[in-house]
Design a protein around this ligand. Structure first.
Ligand code: ADP
Ligand code: MG
Length: 443
């Protein structure tokens, strides 16, 4: 009966409410009563106040009238895992849920930790700052804003911070949420007339981690709600951590007041890894998968797969799976063969990211500078070249290219391609740069 109630409530409540209030409950039938055990007084009071009526209805329904009463108690079932005598004593005292449970209700992934995050020049600052915030949330930098391209470790770092906060503060309430989930949960709360509970949950955490805030673009009601949540947390000095694919001021479709708040604390970038870091990451992931990777294979993969760390991992997984399947050792030759499709596809299809990265390297700039709003000549020209290359080498439309270049307008891209075309005819230096870049990108 209880399982049916839980299933039903899962559909009715937002997952934050469900995880916070319903999931920690344990149940046992006792005559016509259902005894519900809450881990502590706080959860007990809240669930009793807000859900008792609905719970009684559901119990009555699913038990066909056999269970018509609910008794709330603090504590747990005796046969729960953990020391039994301690458990008995805890019956009248608040029992602290274990780390695993707390991690689950915070939506945190246990695998994303600082231990599994390889340090390199590309992420050094972001990692150091993240570690500091993990140790003293709410005091050092608020909010922390991490930005950078896809697959470069933003989500990993956020989880790592959340995991440290949870592990070091047994009472801390942490919530990690992708911004799309935030929007979905808010809509669900609105539909079920539970917006007050929604507000309460997010405004009562000690650390709120919202991933990929660029997805708030154009969602005005969510931005409004998030604005108030932000203010409440900020004023009570609770930690806020945000991520995005670009610098706060450059997130398109976001209200000005949010953009400016996002920049109040500290903003750090994660950049694409250099070769050495890629190789170190490959070794680290291989160890996690229980295989050993030789240096020549690691360098081969690291050199060939330059776009991002997620792809690097994909290549490694494929290697390991192939090796296990065929029972062969992972030699350089094996790697070349096993990854041939992946490398061929990558060679054929130059990505915008790859163009940006190559152009940035060529002109000794950072990719983030290339995507920034800055218009100085030393940035504008390489940016135009990169856009022209994107038009020439990829199938992306002008608006798509514009959006990949820090959310620029398609007319900007069009202007860039025309400008570069005419400069290549009049300026031998530009022509040479362009040719060099073409060669690098297509060879
Ligand atoms: P993003 O959120 O920036 O798109 P993710 O954090 O999801 O990127 O990272 C993509 C994958 O790469 C994840 O599996 C993550 O564990 C891994 N990864 C990223 N950076 C590192 C790093 N420095 N060390 C180890 N693994 C990393
Ligand atoms: Mg991410």
């Amino acid at each position: 009966v209880w399982e049916q109630c839980v299933r039903q409530l899962k559909g009715e409540l937002t997952s934050a409410e469900f995880n916070t209030w319903i999931l920690p409950l344990q149940a046992r039938a006792d005559g016509s009563r259902l005894r519900l055990f809450a881990p502590n007084r706080f959860v007990l009071d809240w669930t009793q106040k807000h859900y008792e009526k609905r719970l009684v209805e559901l119990c009555t329904l699913f038990s066909a009238g056999n269970l018509v009463q609910i008794a709330f108690e603090v504590g747990g079932l005796e046969h729960r895992t953990g020391g039994s005598s301690a458990q008995d004593r805890a019956n009248s005292q608040p029992a602290v849920p274990d780390l695993g449970e707390r991690r689950a209700s915070a939506n945190l992934n246990a695998d994303f930790t600082f231990e599994t995050f390889v340090e390199g020049k590309s992420n050094q600052l972001a990692r150091a700052v993240s570690m500091q915030i993990g140790q003293s949330p709410g005091t050092a930098y608020n909010p922390l804003f991490i930005y950078g391209g896809v697959g470069l470790g933003k989500t990993h770092l956020m989880h790592a911070i959340g995991n440290v906060i949870l592990a070091t503060n047994p009472n801390a309430r942490v919530v990690y949420l992708h911004s799309e989930r935030f929007v979905a949960e808010m809509i669900k709360a609105l539909q079920h007339n539970r917006i007050d509970e929604f507000k309460k949950i997010y405004r009562s955490v000690n650390a709120l981690l919202i991933d990929d805030v660029q997805f708030f673009a154009g969602k005005d009601r969510s931005q409004e709600e998030f604005f108030h949540t932000f203010n409440a947390l900020f004023e009570s000095r609770q930690q806020i951590i945000l991520s995005s694919d670009r610098f706060p001021k450059e997130v398109v479709g976001l209200e000005e007041r949010l953009k400016s708040r996002f920049g109040w604390g500290l903003t750090v970038a994660v950049e694409p890894p250099d070769l050495e870091t890629s190789v170190a990451i490959l070794h680290c992931k291989a160890t996690q998968l229980g295989v050993e990777l030789s240096d020549d294979v690691a360098f081969f993969v690291g050199r060939r797969i330059r776009s991002n760390i997620r792809e690097l991992e994909g290549a490694l997984r494929r290697l390991v799976a192939n090796a296990q399947f065929t029972g062969k050792p992972i030699t350089l030759e094996f790697a070349r063969y096993a990854l041939r499709d992946m490398l061929a596809a990558q060679d054929k299809q130059v990505s915008i990211e790859n163009i940006q990265k190559t152009v940035a390297e060529y002109f000794k700039l950072r990719t983030t500078e290339l995507l920034s709003a800055k218009r100085s000549r030393s940035l504008a020209r390489p940016r135009q070249i990169a856009m022209a290359l994107a038009k020439e080498l990829t199938k992306h439309s002008l608006p798509e290219i514009g959006s990949a270049f820090g959310g620029r307008d398609h007319t900007t891209v069009l202007h860039a391609t025309r400008k570069i075309k005419s400069l290549r005819e009049s300026d031998a230096g530009i022509e040479e740069d362009y040719k060099n870049l073409l060669r690098r990108l297509t060879s």
